[in-house]
Design a protein around this ligand. Structure first.
Ligand code: ADP
Length: 984
């Protein structure tokens, strides 16, 4: 806001000039009656001087003229006061009256001088000179007035003088008068300039003083009305000034504040040092901005935002401090923090509640569903079966609703977290469809699943959520379709090196959705038609959840539908591709070059079989009807290229699969062709019928690619049979051909123990049951298992601790441990996996889920690792050049081991830890030497326990030790090492 003074000067110029004029005029008018009276006095003095020399009339005339001129001037000035003329008029008046007075003097003198003597004339001239000289100051405001006087007074004089005579004194006097006139004019000019400058300076000074005052007032108003409290401190921290906001904020009046030390006034006790530090920083040139507390006069602490800076121009080290009241903001922050904490607590409570509720409901549901499934697999009276099926469907419905509500709550609370784990995508799609196949079969719907071979197998993502969405869409499709088919497909739309986008589609031929409902069915609790709610059950949550889940996984769930024709739901998800594992898909026989005919009225089904087997190198031919199929088989046989296999759909219009099979088996030309029947409506007794008809395989739709390939391979590897006796390949036989596993089940709930045990036994596995973590660890130590199923919540030692214990054992390091938990919340799997588990299963689980995990986790019973690494020992000795000593050492070990064991047992019985430790130590060294690592580890543990005097622990380990010693000796005697070159 600084203003250039030069600019301001030019801007003020006219005003300044007017001011100069005004000052000049007032100066001109200043000489009052006294000046005029002085003229009268002077003319009377002159008259007295020349009284004797001049004629009386002339003297009186001169005196009269001057007196009249002075009087006129006085009169004019008096008039002036009343008329208030313009400055120009006033100036003109001054000039005229001055000229009048000048003329009276000048002509009077000019007339008088010729009659006067030289001395009298000189005196007269002196008087005139005095008048002119006096006018340089009395008429300083106007050059012209002065000049008028100069001319009127002095010009007539030379005339008078020269009329007196032309001698030298007259000439000199004339010259002197001229010189005097010139000089006086110079004097007046200088005086005038000085005067004008003085006036101009005064005016400018006045103007800048006013401007300064204005700016001061402006700044004062600014500071006074600033809502921020301001205090200016001097070098001693004394308050120099404060504004009203300061007074209002801290409660001190300006009078109280001024001159006080700021520390004493508003800095709370204890904060003095910090305040001085801030001051020092500000004085060093930093602009300090901090949030601190300052004290009000009443002692209350006020949170303020303090900004302080040194005032640069102030030489005495002034400091300006601004205090902004931030109480409101702080209060809002505190309230916000409290609200956030509360929300977090509520969310935590909600999560915990969800977890508990989930656990409490799922645990009994597990028992219900598991047993129902088991009982349904037995022979039952029709009513019993119907009742049990009702129990099962009701329980499943209940579980679905429970899951929906849990999911919905989780999504709402933004607690739903997706997992990113490797999984087999085609398997998930097939398994999901298989789960719902029963329902489709009950409604006589064709459920087809199409996952072409180019869909990547192992991808990374959340299989549970993919399954959940598909389950919901397929479930809806079946629910809302009365006849026709439900097609499920997954196809690659984009495949890069590291990731792929897979398009999922569930299409039905059901009732469809009216266009006006299409937009709303994805909303929570919305169903297309209220009347349908009665006809078709449901919560209206499924699609809402599915859509949110698909969105979370990076896709968008969309629908197209035509009322009466059907609906199609689809979405595309991106998946990172997992590098294929070393385990190649099992294949019973090479299928390349085989010829196959698929007879199925359903186009989609034919295409699926063609795609699945075509990718294996099988030449797949198709027939849409039984007649056409039979004809094709006969044609091929006639041409000498019979089909190796015919896949027949059991349900076909006119002639069904079984009828076709009967016809085929009735034709001896077709005997070499093996038969596989695919059904979507399995009936009891079908198996027997197949055996009688000479059908080699019987599978239910939808069929997973791997199962179909395995079944076809098995059938083609066997001999074609014309009936009876031969083994029928079924889904079960495929499964059973998988090896029986030895499974340890750690579960405290007796009902759940029975459920899982019954399922696993039925599947042909061996199961040992323990009911807490400690027993599980002991069992692993005592026996070899292929898989452990570990409940997480168990008394005494929970699943996590048990997994830790098992992992610490040599035989437990690589053992698959599958966690069982009723906490189906997200993050649970991660928790299990980080705790060292290899898999995770949420209760209640279905039998097939359990099997998939248990069998998937183990590639069959691995041959037990030899208890002794004899080869390792031998190669070590070879490197040392002492291979020939190996057999001797091993023989001695085999001979002495029973004694050593006996010595250890005796020592343990005697209760002397020291001798136990010694015996264990010696035995350990011997075992370690020959590579019996497991035995050495056990002995090390016993030695450690003995050193700690924990003899009961030693006792506990003894049975395991005996078993391990027996295993080592067994191995040695079987391998012949203990007898080799034995002298005996
Ligand atoms: P619900 O539990 O009722 O099945 P959803 O959210 O899964 O809830 O579905 C909402 C509504 O969308 C259903 O009630 C039904 O009206 C309609 N709908 C969903 N899928 C289909 C389908 N395949 N065919 C016809 N209508 C469908």
């Amino acid at each position: 806001m600084t203003v250039d003074p030069v600019a301001r000067g030019t801007e003020h110029e006219p005003r300044v000039e007017a001011e100069v004029q005004r000052a000049a005029l007032s100066q001109l008018l200043k000489g009052g009656p006294l000046a005029e009276a002085l003229h009268v006095v002077l003319v009377l003095v002159v008259a007295a001087l020349v009284w004797n020399s001049l004629p009386l009339a002339l003297t009186i005339g001169w005196v009269g003229a001057v007196t009249a001129a002075a009087g006129l001037r006085t009169w004019w000035r008096l008039q002036l006061a009343q008329r208030a003329p313009s400055p120009e008029q006033a100036l003109r008046g001054v000039r005229l009256t001055v000229a009048g007075v000048g003329l009276a003097w000048g002509f009077g003198a000019a007339a008088a001088i010729p009659a006067l003597g030289l001395d009298e004339a000189a005196l007269t001239l002196v008087v005139l000179a005095g008048i002119v000289a006096g006018a340089t100051s009395s008429l300083v405001g106007d050059r012209r007035s002065f000049r008028y006087l100069l001319i009127t007074v002095l010009t007539p004089l030379p005339i008078g003088i020269l009329l007196q005579g032309h001698s030298r004194p007259q000439v000199i006097a004339t010259l002197l008068i001229a010189l005097f006139a010139w000089g006086m004019d110079r004097v007046h000019r200088r005086a005038y300039h000085t005067f004008a400058e003085r006036v101009r300076g005064a005016v400018l000074l006045e103007a800048s003083t006013q401007e300064l005052a204005r700016q001061h007032a402006y700044l004062d108003a600014l500071i006074a009305s600033t809502p921020v409290a301001i205090a200016v401190l001097d070098g001693e921290r004394l308050i120099g000034s404060v504004n009203p906001a300061f007074e209002a904020l801290f409660g001190y009046s300006a009078a109280e504040a001024l001159g006080s030390n700021i520390d004493r006034l508003i800095v709370p006790t204890g904060l003095g040092a910090a305040a001085r530090d801030l001051e020092a920083r500000a004085r060093r040139g930093e602009i300090v901005r901090v949030e601190v507390e300052r004290a009000h006069k009443d002692g209350r602490h006020i949170p303020v935002r303090l900004s302080a800076a040194a005032v640069k121009a102030a030489a005495e080290g002034a400091l300006v401090a601004l205090y902004e009241d931030i109480s409101d903001r702080k209060a809002a922050e505190t309230a916000m923090r409290a609200a956030r904490d509360l929300a977090e607590r509520v969310a935590q409570a909600r999560s915990a509640f969800l977890a508990n509720m989930s656990h409490e409901i799922r645990t009994p549901m597990n028992a219900v569903l598991g047993f129902v499934e088991l009982v349904l697999d037995t022979e039952l009276a029709p009513e019993q079966r119907r009742a049990l099926e009702l129990v099962r469907s009701s329980s499943e419905a209940l579980l679905t609703i429970l899951n929906d509500i849990l999911d919905y709550s989780k999504i709402e609370a933004e607690h739903l977290e997706l997992e990113a784990i490797p999984f087999d995508l085609p398997k998930v799609v097939h398994a999901t469809a298989t789960l719902l196949a029963v329902r489709a079969r009950e409604k006589h719907l064709e459920l087809t699943v199409d996952v072409p071979p180019d869909v990547p197998h192992m991808v990374r993502g959340d299989p549970t959520r993919v399954r959940q969405v598909l389950m919901n869409l397929i479930g809806n499709a079946i629910k809302f379709t009365e006849q026709g088919e439900v097609d499920v497909s997954a196809a690659v739309v984009r495949c890069g090196a590291a990731d792929a986008s897979v398009h999922f589609r569930v299409r039905d031929t059901g009732i469809g959705i009216p266009p006006e409902q299409l937009a709303t069915i994805f909303q929570e609790f919305t169903q297309a038609d209220a009347s349908m709610t009665r006809r078709y059950g449901g919560t209206g949550l499924g699609l809402a959840i599915s859509r949110r889940l698909v969105a979370l996984m990076g896709g968008e769930l969309t629908v197209t539908s035509v009322v009466g024709r059907g609906s199609e739901f689809s979405f595309t998800l991106p998946f990172p591709i997992e590098t294929p594992t070393a385990v190649a898909p099992r294949q019973a026989a090479s299928l390349g070059g085989r010829r196959l005919l698929v007879v199925d009225d359903n186009e989609t089904n034919r295409r699926i079989v063609r795609d699945m087997l075509g990718a294996e190198g099988v030449a797949v031919h198709e027939a849409a009807r039984a007649d056409a199929g039979l004809a094709a088989l006969r044609r091929a046989a006639g041409a000498g290229t019979p089909f190796d296999l015919a896949i027949l759909d059991a349900q076909m219009p006119e002639r069904d699969g079984f009828a076709l099979a009967t016809a085929i088996r009735g034709d001896p030309d077709l005997a070499p062709t093996r038969l596989l029947i695919l059904t979507s409506a399995g009936q009891r007794g079908d198996g027997e019928r197949c055996r009688q008809l000479g059908i080699q395989a019987y599978l239910t739709k939808p069929i997973a690619r791997a199962d179909l390939i395995e079944a076809v391979g098995t059938v083609l590897a066997g001999t074609p049979s014309a009936g009876g006796g031969a083994d029928l390949v079924t889904r079960h036989s495929i499964a059973e051909s998988r090896h029986a596993l030895r499974i340890l089940l750690a579960e405290d709930n007796p009902v759940n123990q029975q459920v899982a045990t019954a399922m696993l036994l039925k599947r042909g596995h061996q199961v040992d049951v323990v009911s807490n973590g400690r027993e599980a660890v002991d069992a692993i130590r005592a026996r070899r298992y292929d898989v452990v199923l570990m409940d997480i919540q168990m008394p005494e030692m929970d699943g996590f601790a048990a997994a830790d214990g098992i992992r610490a054992l040599p035989q437990g390091r690589a053992l698959p441990i599958i966690a069982l938990t009723a906490h189906a919340l997200s993050g649970e799997r991660e928790r299990c996996l980080t705790a060292g588990m290899s898999g995770y299963l949420a209760k209640p689980f279905k039998a097939h889920e359990l099997f998939a995990l248990v069998e998937g986790s183990s590639d069959g019973p691995t041959p037990p690792a030899p208890p002794i690494d004899l080869e390792g020992f031998r190669s070590t000795m070879r490197e040392a050049g002492a291979e020939e000593a190996v057999d001797g050492i091993v023989r001695v070990f085999a001979q002495t081991a029973p004694e050593r064991l006996a010595a250890l047992q005796t020592a343990a019985r005697s209760g002397d830890p020291e001798s136990v430790g010694r015996a264990a130590h010696a035995f350990k060294s011997a075992a370690g030497t020959i590579g019996a690592r497991g035995l050495a580890l056990l002995l090390a543990e016993i030695e450690g326990a003995a050193r700690e005097s924990m003899l009961e622990h030693v006792q506990r380990e003894l049975p395991a030790l005996e078993r391990e010693v027996a295993a080592v000796l067994d191995y040695l005697s079987n391998s012949g090492a203990s007898h080799a070159r034995s002298p005996g």
